[in-house]
Design a protein around this ligand. Structure first.
Ligand SMILES: O=C(O)CCC(=O)C(=O)O
Ligand SMILES: [Fe+2]
Length: 309
């Protein structure tokens, strides 16, 4: 393993465990349906752990974002297919993941500052100390293709405890194609956001789930407390593309260190709010620790962390 690298795909390969326990669906009440009403969305997230919000973000940019993925994935594949296929949950490497999205097209920066998203972030995560900005926790694309395997049912949590009382992440899946059971719609376990003390991600437990059937352009919204996973794509000729991202409180460590990953030119003209959520703050509220060793360019791009939105 090269110095500075994280754990490699090979390190991740684990023995396949046959699930010994099957947990059936256990949820009273109707499953959330696609809705354009943000109050229904909040209520669905609270009662079922997820919601499907339609028409709220960039309705005229769905096709554009989809096209960007097609061309950028093809470009990466031509250079080195492992850059987009190295996702350990799909043994045949059929599905595609794409990172560094803001460097590829400005639509992905625009996405991050959509007001409906931020309203949901505030609803799910609640206020922050001294009104400090939330942070983008991760941002990438997920494309299932015919034959893509199902991802294991999991939590998007960077923790291994059974006593988390509140969400540490507001998560979003922007559907760039219609999501249905055949093309690998995200599988969700309704109500599992309240199963904290019962969740076992060792592989020994199998969770029954339902597909989050969602129209193109909609947002699937959930938190790091909901069990979910990409469905298998059992279609013969249909792909299913999404942008997967999340926000966390300022005291959590995001999966991506954006100031070190993105090209500074991408963020140069971005709003203060965008720089805040991407972590371009060299100080936190109440404690100064300026980025002495960062380049002059990077330092000139930093902003104060007090929430601007
Ligand atoms: O795109 C999806 O269906 C879900 C992906 C997911 O849960 C993940 O990568 O953590
Ligand atoms: Fe996930």
């Amino acid at each position: 393993m090269a110095v500075g690298n994280t754990i490699s795909l090979d390190d991740y390969k684990t023995e396949k465990i046959e699930p010994a326990v099957v947990v059936p669906l256990d949820f009273d009440g109707p499953l959330p349906q696609p809705t354009a009403d943000i109050e229904t969305t909040k209520a669905d997230v609270d009662r079922a752990g997820y919601a499907i919000l339609t028409g709220a973000i960039l309705p005229d940019k769905v096709e554009l974002a989809r096209q960007v993925l097609v061309s950028e994935i093809a470009r990466e594949e031509a250079e080195d297919v492992s850059r987009v296929s190295n996702f350990f949950v799909d043994p045949d490497a059929k599905n595609r993941r794409l990172d560094r999205l803001p460097d590829r097209h400005p639509v992905f920066l625009e996405l991050l500052e959509q007001p409906a998203l931020l309203e949901m972030v505030k609803h799910i995560l609640g206020p922050t100390v001294l009104n400090e900005s939330y942070l983008v926790q991760s941002l990438d694309a997920n494309v299932t293709r015919p034959g893509s395997a199902a991802q294991f049912i999991h939590l998007d949590a960077a923790r291994d405890t059974h006593d988390q009382a509140v969400p540490y992440q507001a998560r979003f899946i922007w559907c760039l194609d219609p999501f249905d059971e055949e093309n690998g719609a995200t599988r969700v376990v309704p109500g599992s956001h309240r199963w904290n003390d019962r969740i076992d991600m060792s592989g020994a437990t199998f969770y029954e789930s339902v597909p989050a059937v969602a129209p193109a352009g909609s947002l699937i919204i959930y938190s790091d407390m909901l069990l979910h996973g990409t469905g298998a794509n059992i279609s013969t000729n249909r792909q299913r593309a999404s942008i997967n991202f999340g926000y966390c409180p300022p005291w959590c460590r995001p999966l991506v260190n954006f100031p070190l990953v993105l090209d500074p030119r991408t963020v140069e003209g971005a709003s203060r709010m965008l720089r805040q959520v991407l972590g371009y703050s060299s100080v936190v509220n109440g404690f100064d620790s300026p980025w002495q060793s960062a380049s002059e360019k990077l330092r000139s791009m930093t902003v104060t962390p007090t929430l601007d939105y």
